[in-house]
Design a protein around this ligand. Structure first.
Ligand code: PBG
Length: 329
């Protein structure tokens, strides 16, 4: 019996819409979406991030409105990032521990108005430091253990303000375990940790740094803590360590250039695995679509499917609102 052509014709199940739907292996749903939003000071303020057309920094009142809308269209979780005014940045990033800083105030306001949406808070010092590094700096070195001492406090302050998921994005060694211990001590045994486990030192973060006001600020690069894009085995070690320290879920970042890592992590560890489609990925697709070079709708959905096919359980994406609205219609 022949198993090849002409008995086998792979075009046969592809030939009609109904049949393509039946044999489709992956799908995107609103449950896959985490929507990162940028918070700024003020009231009724919305200012565009120029390198991310369509993305605005929102004052807290407008962020609350966005959260209400997100809940209505089925987005399960928001990730909040602060655009900290320059005068509140300092060498030690003290503003990170201010219980009334932008992020914490925003989380309380959103929890109050939209109790059923999940809130993810990034743990790292870069939005608050005058040098734009994620950790404390001494003589040009990023200090590991001393930074952890601050990050654990930042995590507890955020959990107190209503964070459901603490997401350490700093890439210091040992921070997941230390954060777990401090959260538990503070009574936050139910607060999750989503570890930015395999976070690469990437050029694709450029627009994000514009959005949070780190662009002119950052001195040097982040290569002594973020991973080398050449490395694959090391990503698996990072993930293994974070799981052993108590991470509930892990993240690979950026997204599309690292689909191979997502697949390997999912296959090997079978834990909830997330991708971050970062600011530069957003900017590329939007810029090409604005020029008429790509069809926005189709590439946005194709990118999402690529994450799902690679094994991601969900995606942090600036397209979240757009995707949820498309799925709704
Ligand atoms: C901060 C942080 C960064 C991003 C998320 N959290 C930037 C960085 O590490 O420099 C990037 C997100 C994006 O580019 O969309 N530690």
């Amino acid at each position: 019996m022949s198993t090849g052509f002409p008995a086998t014709r792979l075009r046969r199940p592809r030939s009609t819409v109904w049949s393509r739907r039946m044999v489709s292996e992956n799908s995107v749903s609103t449950g896959d979406l985490i929507w990162p939003i940028f918070i700024r000071e003020g009231t009724n303020e919305r200012d565009p991030v120029l390198s991310m057309p369509g993305v605005d920094r929102l004052s807290i009142d407008l962020a609350v409105q966005a959260a209400k809308h997100a809940a209505t269209i089925g987005i399960p979780c928001l990730a909040l990032f602060p655009s900290t005014p320059a005068d509140l940045r300092s060498d030690f990033g003290d503003e990170a521990l201010n219980k009334d800083n932008l992020i914490n105030t925003a989380m309380r306001a959103i929890k109050d108005a939209v109790p059923d949406i999940g809130l993810l808070a990034d743990v790292a010092l870069d939005p608050y430091t005058s040098h734009g590094q994620d950790g404390l700096v001494q003589e040009g070195q990023i200090l590991n253990d001393e930074t952890i001492g601050v990050l654990v406090q930042q995590a507890v302050v955020q959990a107190n303000a209503g964070a459901d998921i603490i997401a350490p994005s700093d890439m210091m060694d040992g921070r997941v375990g230390a954060i777990r211990t401090e959260l538990d001590k503070a009574g936050h045994t139910g607060v999750q940790i989503m570890a930015y486990s395999a976070k690469y030192a990437s050029g694709f973060y450029g627009p994000f740094r514009d959005a949070v006001g780190s662009t002119g600020v950052l001195s040097g690069d982040k290569k002594t803590y973020q991973m080398d894009p050449a490395n694959r085995a090391e990503a698996l070690r990072e993930v293994a360590l974070d799981i052993s320290e108590g991470a509930d879920s892990v993240m690979i970042k950026p997204g599309m250039p690292y689909l191979d890592i997502i697949r390997e992590v999912k296959d090997k560890f079978q834990v909830p695995t997330f991708a971050y489609q970062v600011s530069g990925e957003y900017a590329m697709l939007v810029a090409a679509a604005q020029n008429g070079w790509l069809d926005r709708h189709s590439v946005v959905m194709e990118a999402m499917l690529s994450f799902k096919r690679a094994g991601a359980d969900g995606v942090l994406t600036y397209f979240a609102q757009e995707i949820a609205e498309l799925l709704d219609t």
